[in-house]
Write a protein that binds this ligand. Sequence first.
Ligand SMILES: [Zn+2]
Length: 348
Amino acid sequence: MPVKYKDYYEILGVQRTASDSDIKKAFRKLAREYHPDVAKNKKQAEEKFKEINEAYEVLGDPAKRKKYDELGANWSSGAEFRPPPGWESFGRGGGFPGRGHRGEEYEFHFGGTGFSDFFEQLFGSRGRGAGGFGRAGGMGAEDLAERGADIEGDIMVTLEEAMRGSVRSVSVRHAVPCEHCGGTGQRARHVCNVCGGTGQMAKTDTYQVKIPAGVTEGQRLRLAGRGEAGMAGGAAGDLYLRVRFARHPDFEVQDHNLIYEAELAPWEAVLGANISVPTLNGRVNIKIPAGTQNGQKLRVRGRGLPERNGGSGDLIVETRVEVPGKIGESERKLWEQLAKESHFNPRG
Ligand SMILES: [Zn+2]
């Protein structure tokens, strides 16, 4: 099943030659605009937000961007696309065999995970899980029973969801034996008119996936029995969804801590100040002590992401002193006076 090509440069509105910092800037601007928590038209913004995140997940990572660029610049958005031969997907941990009982290729199409099929095929963990090869134990006829394969995919989780938890509707489309002909492709010596002789039908299953508060990047959510059906009475495999955090325009994530970069005016750093910083639960005021250095880290306890033991990570505010680019005449006089009177020597 081919997928639709995604033009990640077009999605972020940058040239293919854009620098890493231009890409980051473009992402932050769009992510602020379309963040589901702030946008007016939530439904529309959510789709756009996920698309922006997916684009940044690829273009914001030098290795993935290089790999993406290798596909060439001549693809147009929405064109039918298959990964080139020999393409090794990211994140598959060594790669799955990629073939089924009769040697056919496994391809699953996911919906509602936040990632496109295009992303999943090239960069996702989509595939057949490693745990799906065991046989159900037993005697006699049960020896033929084979457990169904596990299915694995990615799910994009916003930091707000990781904070509060959520329930999402995820669909998986996969091939099952045609019910009309029992998978033989034939019925009464004629080509089956339901599956056209392939013996297979596409089946879409939709599941409600609970995302618990406190999930972490890379955590796998297991939906028992939601993988592929077993053979000859074997149990069904499991469906695993690997959590990937959506990038946030304001915060970086480090374990359970959130990192926020706060810009300071030089006098705020020198004299100290009270400033307002965002958290995932509204803004808080923090005190910048007098004599704060560039890159100093201030900790706001308990305002990070929740932990599974009931605790919470911290918000870490990293300061960055900004220098005014343009100053007026009266300001210049004050700085000149300061330069004359100050005993501060940064190279002393
Ligand atoms: Zn059929």
